[in-house]
Design a protein around this ligand. Structure first.
Ligand SMILES: NC(=O)c1ccc[n+]([C@@H]2O[C@H](COP(=O)([O-])OP(=O)(O)OC[C@H]3O[C@@H](n4cnc5c(N)ncnc54)[C@H](OP(=O)(O)O)[C@@H]3O)[C@@H](O)[C@H]2O)c1
Length: 304
């Protein structure tokens, strides 16, 4: 059996860990050699390190899950945000073109301005409201410019059992606080990292098997679109059997928190294209909460 060499950049992040979690239990992997490159193995902002890591590993496909997540920090430090989210992406895309290998690049709903009230389509106009979103948009544009053999997969509000995210920080807050004050006027589709990782594996498998109509920009998010407050309420319910804590949940509006002006107000993603092209379906985020709690409980990693 031919072994495909998959290079995963940003391997220590949520998506990277979820891919490793699925790899430990699932099937396409006997034919995969998954090369895990965390920041320590390959700092993507170091052009020489990125070049030699890609040349040495000789991938058949590259997955980029590395990015700089600090949305507010990006406003003060454009240089660092652009280095990770734009220039490094441009370089890896150019190198994928030179090596003639496809690139799967993860991106975000924050490329949209949030003024719509219906889910964003992959081809809708990008118009980010933050420098973070701007740097991600430039990253996407550089991928489109450098190589036609790309998948740009936009996801939103990624949560799961690995690292700090919407779910794990809510669990910690439940344990530590008497009151959770959470915005109820910012709407998005929270996405389980297990669903993101599974989609990336399915897309990679199809492309490596010779699928030629699978390139372009795709959306994936959990369903239904909801506010942070609704999501928090669901986490509190699902976690209730695991804790004695019952903090009060108070909905607030984003005007109360000035830094939230950097987030799109509405960024649900329309996901029919990924279903049509790859057969990948949107999943309820409630299932992702339940699956994540099971993984945390089995690993003895509940926050208490
Ligand atoms: N998390 C979300 O809510 C969210 C929302 C929308 C879209 N997404 C997309 O999903 C993708 C993966 O997100 P995630 O949730 O897995 O993020 P994550 O957990 O923050 O992981 C990002 C990874 O990138 C690494 N990284 C940062 N700078 C780097 C550099 N210079 N060189 C190499 N690696 C570097 C980080 O390294 P360290 O381990 O050293 O920090 C981290 O492991 C991203 O493209 C993101 O845009 C995520």
């Amino acid at each position: 059996m031919q072994q495909h060499r998959i290079m995963l950049l940003g391997a220590a992040g949520q998506v990277g860990q979820a891919m490793q979690h699925l790899a430990a239990q699932d099937t396409p992997f006997p034919s995969w050699k998954l090369g895990l490159f965390s920041r320590a193995e390959c700092d993507v902002t170091n052009p020489a390190a990125l070049r030699s890591a890609m040349q040495d590993f000789k991938p058949n496909l590259v997955i980029n899950a590395a990015f700089l997540a600090r949305i507010d920090g990006a406003e003060e430090d454009h240089e660092t945000a652009d280095a990770v989210n734009f220039r490094a992406v441009a370089q890896m895309a150019a190198q994928c073109a030179a090596l003639d290998v496809p690139l799967i690049h993860l991106s975000t709903d924050y490329v949209f301005d949030g003024r719509q009230s219906t889910p964003y389509l992959p081809d809708d106009q990008m118009n980010p409201v933050s420098h973070y979103g701007q740097s991600r948009m430039m990253g996407e544009e550089s991928v489109r410019h450098e190589t036609p053999f790309h998948v740009i997969l936009r996801v939103s509000s990624v949560f799961g059992p690995f690292r700090r995210n919407l779910l794990t920080s809510t669990l910690k807050a439940i344990e530590e606080k008497d009151e959770l004050r959470v915005v109820n006027d910012i709407i998005a589709g929270p996405t389980s990292v297990l669903d993101v990782a599974s989609a990336v594996i399915m897309m990679s498998t199809a492309i490596l098997a010779g699928k030629t109509d699978g390139f372009g920009t795709f959306h994936l998010c959990g369903t239904p679109a909801c506010s942070r407050c609704t999501f928090t309420e669901a986490v509190m319910k699902a976690y209730a059997p695991h804790t004695k804590k019952q903090p009060r949940l108070t909905p607030i509006i984003s005007n109360d928190l000035p830094h939230l002006k950097l987030r799109p107000r509405y960024s649900a993603l329309e996901c029919s294209k990924i279903k049509e092209v790859y057969g990948i379906e949107q999943k309820p985020w409630q299932d992702g909460i339940n699956a994540s709690l099971t993984i945390l409980a089995n690993a003895g990693r509940m926050p208490r």
